[in-house]
Each structure stands twice: as C-alpha cells, then as structure tokens.
Design a protein around this ligand. Structure first.
Ligand SMILES: C[S@@+](CC[C@H](N)C(=O)[O-])C[C@H]1O[C@@H](n2cnc3c(N)ncnc32)[C@H](O)[C@@H]1O
Length: 448
C-alpha cells in the first residue's frame, strides 16, 4: 500500500529533528571540502547512539546513490537540479532518500521535516519547491525508476552512482565486468575487522563472543576477526581494555608485507591515525610514528594510550623535510586519492578531481625522495597507498627505481602474505578481487 502523507499536520507543530538538521550541516561542510568522517564527528557525535546510526544510514546511503537520486529529481524539478541552490539540492536528495530507501521513515515525516528544514535554511519559496517535488516522488514511487541511459558508462554511473570519468578510467584498465564488480563492492557497507592487541586471537574472540558479538574468520589475515553488523564498538569492554584496534585486512597486509626486521627501529613518516604503525610495532623494537598534522598526531596518541602501547613514539614532522636521522626501515603510507577505500568513504568519489592525479603524485614523489635519503645502506624503504591508480602506485615505483639504482624491489619471504595479493613482488589488494579495501605497496632494499 502506498504511504499516506499527513497533510493536516501544521508545519509549525513539526519540530525538525536534530538528526536531520545535523545531516544537512554535514553536507554543507562536505561542499566546503570537509571529509565525511570529520564533519560527522563534529555535528552527529553529540546525538544518542540510535540517532547517530540513523544519520549515518541516511548520509552514507544518500552519497552512495546520489546519481540515481539526481536522475529521479531531474525529471521532477523544473529546469533541472543543476539550476537550484546546491544546499536545496542536497536537502531534496536527503528527503528523496528517506522516502525511497528508508522504510522506517513515514512519508509524512520525510516530506514535512525536509520542507521545514528548507524553510529554516532558505525561506518559504524554496520550501514550496521541496514540498511539491517530494510529494510528487511519494505519489510516483511505484514507477519511480529513471530511464537507463543508452551509453554504457552513463548507465553504470547512474546505477552505481560514481562519476563517469572515474568509471571510464577503470574500464580502460580492467574492462567492464571487473569495473562493475568494483562499483558494486564500493556500494556495500564495509564490515569492521579488528586486530588483537596484548591478547591473542582466541582470547579476543572469547571476549567478543562473551559480549554477544558475532565473529567471523578473515581468510586473507587469519589472526584478524571480522565483526557482525550493528556492534557499538566503543561500548565493548574489550575496546575499553585496549584488547584490539580496528584495521581493514588490506592495511594489515601492507604492514605484514613490509616485514620489518625483528627488533629493528622503524620510522613511519605518514603514520596517523596509526594503525599500520601499531602493526609494525609487533616486530619492531621501536616505531617513530610521524605525521605532519598536529591534530592527527594527538588522535594517534590517544589511540596508543588506550592500547597502552609502549614502543611507539608519536612525533609531528613533515615527511618532505624529515628532521630525523638515518634509519634501518622507513615506511611511507603516503597521502593519496584513496580510490581503494570508496566503500568506506562514500564522499570521496564526489570529491575526486582530475587534477588530483597530478597534484598528489607530485607530493608522493617528494615524500618518496626525502624518505629514500633517510634509509641506511642495507636498509628498507616501504612505499604504500590505499589507491588503485597507476599514477600513485606502479608509475611512482618504476620512475623511482629508474633513477635510484641503489634500490631494488625485494618482496618479503614466501608465506609472509598470501600469494594471491602479490603481483611481481609488489603488494596489490583489489576490492573487486579480494573483497577488502584496496592497497598497494612496494618493499625496496637499499644496497649495502
Ligand atoms: C594514508 S594516511 C596514513 C594512514 C596511516 N599510515 C595508518 O595506517 O593509519 C596519510 C597520512 O599522511 C599525512 N601527511 C600528509 N602530508 C604529509 C607530509 N607532508 N608529511 C607527513 N605526513 C603527511 C596525513 O596527515 C595522513 O595522516
């Protein structure tokens, strides 16, 4: 049966929920360049756990289906969605997503609250437009599917809500089928995988299942544990006791692939929020965990404190000019486009610009050259990204090795990581193949 809109309810009786108001503020911050996680923390963290989950479902879901929503809205906004104020367009997307994809939200609330929110942010004129468009969507929900574009890449862009130009790059590289698998994986909710710390895997599994958490094996990283859905992580006793930290298998594989010498001293020049540094600290005697951003170093310090980790030293330092002497092992998990982590960060696909494929590789190269100059004779340099793009991965390593003959690619001993994630000595983890985040790494040895 179709949902009925309660048109009798006077608008001034309808208080706008804080959840919806904060979702709108998060989107305004995203348009100004903020990251989704940071904006979410700013506006949504003060809400209670249930509301936080609700706003997360709304924002993550809307961003993962934005192109489809826009196609639906385009047919119902006179003059097209590009013609209206960008904030009003986002409010329409939020309202449409609630109406079409959030079964728990009654239509009258999705419409009435979005209209009120629009009135508050933009006045009565804009709110009338939003009211008319959302009511029409509600009336036409049975026949709402927008026509599929004839051009194949446009069709994928609409179906999976990714920018067409990004899809086009991936199709050139992997073909249609693998690209479609990647697009589908990017729209699946990412599961949470944890790493035991100070306890072994079985002990942690016992603590988690004892607290009612469903746990699963992680085939690529057998000493990790994947958690079932809906876990309030920070409420768990095992979290408060510092018995685990969260890390996707792809990131763990980078640290395992690095295979730092037992008892060695490691400098991790792009360390925050610190997951890989922690993983490296299992084999290393000491890890200097450096990052250029003070706020991120502080966050890393808090994380290490919760775990009571004692062999890591957080420092603030710019990797382009590291004020640290020579080291046996230097790890650089450089800033990148993060195209391997789109399922975790549904805002990232919309933030990506063609120019990023010039700007970020230039920064990565600068960091790579500075890091290389720190590596002692016979030492190791480990370069990694969470990007899938050649410009940030293979191209960087090829051009570096061509000009630095003293370095050679040296994969870790056989069995350190599954064969399946090795590609001619490089580490390559692909979401469409491995079902995890994407990652790339190169382990380079400096001649004695
Ligand atoms: C991909 S993240 C690192 C993730 C981290 N290795 C982990 O596993 O948790 C890249 C980091 O590089 C830092 N960064 C960016 N530019 C930098 C620079 N010039 N020097 C040092 N760190 C930098 C960013 O602040 C960010 O924390």
């Amino acid at each position: 049966m179709m949902a009925v809109v309660n048109t009798k309810k006077p608008h001034n009786m309808l208080g706008i929920t804080e959840s919806r108001a904060s979702a709108a503020m998060v989107l305004a911050d995203l348009r100004n360049g903020a990251m989704l996680d940071a904006a979410f923390e700013r506006y949504v963290a003060p809400l209670d756990a249930r509301d936080r989950r609700w706003v997360q479902e709304l924002l993550w879901g809307m961003l993962r289906t934005r192109n489809r929503l826009d196609a639906i809205l385009a047919e119902r906004v006179r003059g097209g969605i590009a013609k209206i104020d960008v904030d009003v367009a986002d409010l329409l997307r939020l309202g449409a997503y609630q109406l079409l994809s959030m079964g728990s939200v009654p239509a009258y609330a999705a419409i009435g609250q979005t209209v009120e929110l629009t009135k508050r942010r933009h006045g009565i004129g804009a709110s009338k437009l939003v009211n008319a468009v959302l009511r029409r969507i509600d009336r036409e929900r049975e026949t709402i599917e927008p026509p599929v574009p004839g051009e194949p890449l446009e069709a994928l862009a609409q179906q999976y809500s990714h920018p067409r130009w990004v899809i086009s790059r991936w199709v050139d590289r992997w073909g249609m089928d693998a690209t479609e698998r990647l697009l589908a994986v990017n729209n699946e909710p990412a599961s949470i995988t944890v790493r035991p710390y100070g306890v072994d895997r079985e002990q942690l599994d016992g603590m988690l299942t004892g607290a009612g958490v469903t746990t699963h094996d992680v085939p690529l990283v057998p000493d990790s544990i994947r958690l079932g859905p809906g876990v309030a992580l920070t409420e768990l006793g095992a979290f408060k006791q510092g018995a685990f930290f969260v890390q996707d298998p792809a990131a763990t594989l980078v640290a395992k692939y690095a295979y730092v010498p037992e008892g060695g001293v490691v400098v991790d020049l792009c360390a925050a929020p610190g997951g890989k540094a922690l993983e490296l600290s299992r084999r290393a005697r000491l890890v200097f965990a450096a990052d250029a951003k003070m706020a991120r170093v502080e966050r890393m310090l808090t994380g290490f404190g919760r775990l009571d980790a004692t062999n890591l030293i957080p420092i603030v330092c710019d990797a382009r000019h590291p004020a640290i002497g020579e080291a046996d092992v230097v790890v650089i998990d450089v800033p990148c486009t993060g195209t391997g982590t789109f399922r975790r960060h549904p805002d990232a696909r919309w933030r990506l610009r063609v120019s990023d494929f010039a700007v970020l590789p230039a920064l990565q190269r600068e960091i790579l050259l500075a890091a290389a100059s720190m590596v002692k004779a016979g030492g190791l340099l480990v370069y990694s990204t969470c990007s899938l793009e050649l410009e940030e991965n293979d191209d960087q390593i090829e051009s570096f090795l061509a000009t630095h003959r003293e370095f050679t690619l040296e994969p870790p001993p056989p069995g350190t990581v599954p064969e399946d994630v090795l590609d001619n000595g490089l580490l390559r983890v692909l979401p469409q193949q491995h079902g995890t985040d994407g990652a790339f790494a190169a382990r380079l040895r400096r001649a004695v």
